[in-house]
Design a protein around this ligand. Structure first.
Ligand SMILES: NC(=O)c1ccc[n+]([C@@H]2O[C@H](COP(=O)([O-])OP(=O)(O)OC[C@H]3O[C@@H](n4cnc5c(N)ncnc54)[C@H](OP(=O)(O)O)[C@@H]3O)[C@@H](O)[C@H]2O)c1
Length: 237
């Protein structure tokens, strides 16, 4: 049975590589992007590689956009079996002065994954199979010191907590996990991110960042749920 995966923020960076890798594993990929034109352009690149990819418009910070996306997919008879909440923003700056970095960070990094979970997980639970991957960050780990910009750390820590509770509500047939891709050369990760040890191009590095998400999206039945991973290994909360 061919499983269908929806990847948010699939038009570039790590999300695009997650789409590419899962499509290469013969998953049917729904590449979600907040700008339809950028989503179509990215999907074209993968279709040119012979992959089964469709693009949908999805702004995860906008509840009505999530609802429209879910309705459009249901109308086309598309059931989402695997949800990868990859879209994220890094809004720098302190919490107590200057522009408040929290509203956008909360909307994209926390409420977005909750909104897509509410849109797609109940049907997974009803069908008795599903996988959810929340692309988080080690900067949201208490054990690693909640490093990085405050709003980013706080919202990724909250995404980790959300992961635990979604896994509890989902039951054993729908596996819900969070992951850290490592420090990756993307628009968010900047050029200062270390090169892939193999000396590959930035996109090779993004592919490496995508690896643990692909692993979690393709877990066998009975696999881990409610966990946090990096490089396919458990990571301390
Ligand atoms: N890069 C790293 O070193 C690193 C490290 C740890 C964790 N992460 C996490 O990995 C994930 C992907 O990051 P990346 O490095 O690939 O970042 P990126 O290159 O900046 O890409 C971010 C993606 O998220 C999308 N996005 C942002 N806001 C959105 C919204 N409201 N609705 C839908 N899509 C939205 C962007 O869409 P647009 O093109 O429309 O802006 C883009 O597709 C993020 O969750 C990030 O926190 C990255």
């Amino acid at each position: 049975m061919t499983r269908t995966v929806l990847v948010t923020g699939g038009n570039r960076g790590i999300g695009f590589e997650i789409c590419r890798r899962l499509a290469a594993l013969d998953r049917k990929v729904v590449l979600a992007a907040r700008r339809r034109d950028l989503g179509e352009k990215a999907a074209d690149r993968l279709r040119d590689e012979g992959r089964d990819v469709t693009a949908v418009a999805l702004d995860v910070a906008d509840g009505s956009s999530i609802a429209r996306c879910a309705e459009a997919l249901a109308g086309d008879g598309v059931a989402v079996d695997i949800l990868v909440n990859n879209a994220g923003v890094f809004v720098g700056g302190p919490l107590l002065s200057g522009p408040d970095p929290m509203p956008e960070s909360l909307a994209v990094n926390l409420m977005g994954p909750l909104g897509t979970a509410r849109a797609f997980m109940p049907a997974m639970i009803a069908r008795g199979w599903g996988r959810v991957v929340n692309v988080s960050s080690a900067w949201g780990s208490f054990a690693e010191g909640l490093e990085g910009a405050a709003a980013y750390a706080v919202t990724k820590a909250a995404l980790n907590a959300l992961t635990v509770h979604l896994a509890r509500e989902a039951g054993p047939a729908v596996l819900v996990n969070a992951m850290c891709p490592g420090w990756v050369r993307t628009r968010m990760g900047f050029d200062s991110a270390p090169w892939d040890p193999s000396g590959g191009l930035p996109e090779t590095t993004a592919a490496r960042g995508a690896d643990t998400a692909v692993y979690l999206a393709t877990l066998p039945d009975g696999g881990p749920t409610g966990g946090f991973f990096r490089d396919r290994a458990p990571l301390a909360w």
